[in-house]
Design a protein around this ligand. Structure first.
Ligand code: E4P
Length: 223
């Protein structure tokens, strides 16, 4: 199971990379514009923090020629091991096919349907990224679609992994994992909400109180 961080906020990358064993960071143009910095300097900083973990960077052009040139520029600046995120439409499929023939790592993104996932996998995508929320909003049952995607890849013996993305709550994340996603990419808010459980905090406070009633501020290593 891989957990990735879906942000370009440098402070958040530093914080969550420090706390969790994240597999890497995913970005897209919206995430980068929200973070506010310049494209390459922001990605250099992320690379510096996460070292050799996965970095997924999306192309912005719409023709295969231009997307391939962008991919070339991305790996030239950030290293050959970067995952190039390509939105999946017909031009995207052609781009993925060409990039894979040239040894790139590729994440097929903006996946709303099984058809997109199957065709992206057929041209060698390393990851497909179904957008849970967007599927719920525009297509239908995200749980069913991710489950069927996982089943098809298993039956077909595909190495393409499912990297589920775009979550509004914790239960969507768990549903994706139960449905067969090998990886999920979470915003900092989603990471926090998985750990923000008031009843757990209350129980931990009780343990702290019981200890301080006995030993005040002393720690076990100070006894
Ligand atoms: C991840 O790789 C996607 O870019 C991201 O999760 C999109 O989700 P959103 O549109 O809900 O922010």
């Amino acid at each position: 199971m891989e957990f990735l961080l879906d942000t370009a906020d440098i402070a958040a990358v530093r914080k969550y990379n420090d706390i969790y064993d994240i597999a890497g960071v995913t970005t897209n143009p919206v995430i980068l514009s929200r973070a506010g910095g310049e494209f390459l300097p922001t990605l250099y900083k992320i690379r510096e923090i996460i070292k050799d973990k996965q970095l997924h960077v999306q192309v912005t052009a719409s023709t295969p020629d231009e997307m391939e040139k962008e991919a070339e520029a991305i790996v030239k600046n950030l290293g050959k091991d970067v995952y190039i995120k390509v939105p999946v439409n017909e031009m995207g499929i052609k781009t993925i096919k060409n990039l894979k023939e040239n040894g790139y790592r590729v994440t097929a993104t903006v996946i709303y349907t099984l058809g997109q996932a199957i065709l992206a996998s057929s041209v060698g995508a390393d990851y497909v990224a179904p957008y849970f929320n967007h599927i719920c909003d525009h297509v239908g049952d995200a749980e069913k679609i991710i489950g069927e995607m996982a089943e098809i890849f298993k039956v077909q013996n595909k190495s393409t992994k499912i990297l589920a993305a775009s979550f509004r709550n914790t239960s969507q994340i768990i549903t994706s994992i139960l449905s067969g996603a090998e990886a999920v990419t979470l915003s900092p808010e989603m990471f926090s909400s998985m750990m923000n459980i008031p009843s757990v905090d209350a129980t931990i406070s009780k343990f702290s109180k019981a200890w301080s009633d006995m030993y005040g501020e002393k720690k076990i290593y100070e006894l």
